[in-house]
Design a protein around this ligand. Structure first.
Ligand SMILES: Cc1cc2nc3c(=O)[nH]c(=O)nc-3n(C[C@H](O)[C@H](O)[C@H](O)COP(=O)(O)OP(=O)(O)OC[C@H]3O[C@@H](n4cnc5c(N)ncnc54)[C@H](O)[C@@H]3O)c2cc1C
Length: 461
């Protein structure tokens, strides 16, 4: 196995492709190997910044012939750091971010390096959108291949529910299209099965009229009212219309201008609110939420959907150390609420948070076996987001996340969201796919029998 690529080899790869090749001696190397989670420190032997889909087959062939690892980087957000490999080749899509919209057909055609911001900007130019995540710098590629959910999910489903087709290059260098009608087994697997089946070069999504203005914002309640807020939240979301989405974040208050100064840095319960129905009805729908408790403050109003999609970016910038644990829930049992409140009361750093994403609605109307993403009973996704700056705090912050994960486990449903899993959770992959796992193994055997694409939530052949 080669461990370093000589400049001669770099020239060889460069001769095969239209894109760029960055190796450790190049000035841009350090920047090119950065990903969102600063805990990951991997050094690929070459980062191939592809310029076109045709760059991929020769790179796969080169890696396989030379016994080199291959990793795939969308926008580098995955917590496990699989976008990078040590001493192998990283296929990097940072130069392929184009999004084309056919407004008449309500379709978007998206290159794999596009971020959510790229997609939202292009689709919202036509007053359209598809459900994606809540942090605009996340990559559409990794998010879609693992499932994908965000503010629009209650109404329009998971991101994978709106995937129409995929162009992909498989381990043998073949270009395929996968959809309901073409290579439908592969299409089934790609909707949730992650980067296991090849290198996706284009995603096609169906779009819906959204905004461009929506009603959105935050209400911030005192932590001492957490039990009351969470109990009322649980009742409220049972019957709330699907055009309304309310999540819960328990954390220390950032210095938001609408909060009194003495609240900054104190534990709070934040309810992020998103409403994409008729604006005139928003006040009536929000009145019960405001009555959950005595809020410290709120900031809710009409704003462009694309701006709301960026609202959490300042809290989720790259460069911090991050460790996540996650459970799905079909209901928020009293015991789950107690453990959430208990651990939110002992946050080990000012940036750590516990969030509950609400996904009840359209995703629950799809059969679990309809595609690889299986969690059709999940109504809430809990993410224990450990986040801090200094390596000396690793142990303390990771221990907090793990302990909370264990304490809340008895109330969780089976399965897990693969996009929130860390590198050490490989033993959870089969459980994450539940009864769909065996079919995923079969399809993996057909399209990638030698497990060339194993830097992911790996489906073992
Ligand atoms: C701050 C933050 C907020 C998030 N919020 C949400 C959210 O609201 N909703 C949600 O659902 N998820 C969310 N996520 C999780 C997110 O969906 C995953 O981290 C996802 O993997 C990110 O995709 P990426 O392309 O940026 O990641 P990368 O790290 O670049 O890629 C992740 C993996 O996807 C595979 N992959 C990437 N590109 C390709 C390709 N072209 N072909 C084949 N395989 C490929 C590879 O296996 C790769 O290792 C969030 C993550 C972060 C860090």
């Amino acid at each position: 196995m080669m461990t370093t690529l000589t400049s001669e080899t770099k020239t060889k790869i460069k001769g095969l492709i239209k894109g760029n090749v960055v190796v450790p001696d190049d000035p841009g190397y350090e920047e090119a190997r950065q990903i969102w989670n600063a805990m990951i420190d991997r050094r690929p032997a070459a980062i191939v910044q592809c310029a076109q889909a045709d760059d991929i087959p020769p790179v796969i062939r080169f890696a396989r012939t030379n016994g080199l690892e291959l990793s795939i980087r969308g926008a580098g957000h995955n917590i496990g750091g699989n976008a990078l490999c040590d001493n192998g080749i990283t296929i990097d899509f940072s130069r392929m971010k184009n999004v084309r919209v056919d407004a008449g057909k309500k379709r978007a055609y998206v290159e794999p390096g596009a971020t959510l911001a790229d997609l939202d900007k292009a689709t919202q130019a036509h007053g359209l959108a598809t459900p994606v995540g809540i942090n605009s710098t996340t990559g559409i590629a990794g998010l879609t291949l693992g499932g994908g959910f965000g503010w629009l999910t209650r109404k329009y489903g998971m991101t994978v529910d709106n995937l129409v087709s995929v162009d992909i290059i498989t381990a043998d260098g073949k270009k395929l299209r996968a959809s309901e009608n073409e290579n439908s087994d592969l299409f089934w697997a790609l909707r949730g099965g992650g980067g296991n089946f090849g290198v996706v070069t284009q995603f096609e999504f169906q779009l819906f009229p959204v905004g461009p203005e929506v009603v959105a914002g935050l209400i911030v309640f005192p932590f001492r009212q957490a039990k009351q807020i969470l109990t009322k939240y649980r009742e409220f979301v049972n019957s709330a219309p699907e055009v309304l989405n309310v999540w819960v974040v328990l954390r220390k208050a950032p210095p938001l201008p609408f909060l009194p100064q003495n609240v900054h840095g104190k534990e709070v319960v934040v309810l992020p609110i998103f409403y994409c129905g008729p604006a005139a009805e928003a006040e009536k729908l929000l009145a019960p939420v405001r009555a959950f408790g005595d809020a410290h403050g709120e900031h809710i109003g009409t704003q462009p959907y694309v701006e709301w999609q960026k609202a959490f970016d300042p809290l989720l910038t790259p460069g911090a150390r991050n460790y996540w644990k996650s459970h799905n829930f079909t209901e928020l049992a009293g015991g789950a609420l107690n453990s959430i409140i208990d651990f939110a009361g002992k946050l080990p750093s000012p940036q750590c948070e516990i969030f509950i994403g609400l996904i009840s609605g359209a995703p629950n109307r799809v059969a679990p076996e309809a595609m690889a993403y299986a969690h059709r009973d999940a109504k809430f996704v809990l993410n224990v987001h450990g986040r801090w700056d200094e390596a000396k705090d690793d142990q303390r912050c990771i221990a907090w996340a793990r302990e909370f994960f264990r304490a809340s486990a008895p109330y969780a449903s089976a399965g897990a969201y693969v996009n929130f899993m860390t590198a050490e959770e490989n033993d959870r992959v089969a459980a994450a796919y539940g009864s769909n796992y065996d079919r995923l193994v079969e399809i993996k055997r057909r399209y990638d029998p030698e497990n060339v694409f194993h830097l992911n939530q790996n489906i073992k052949t």
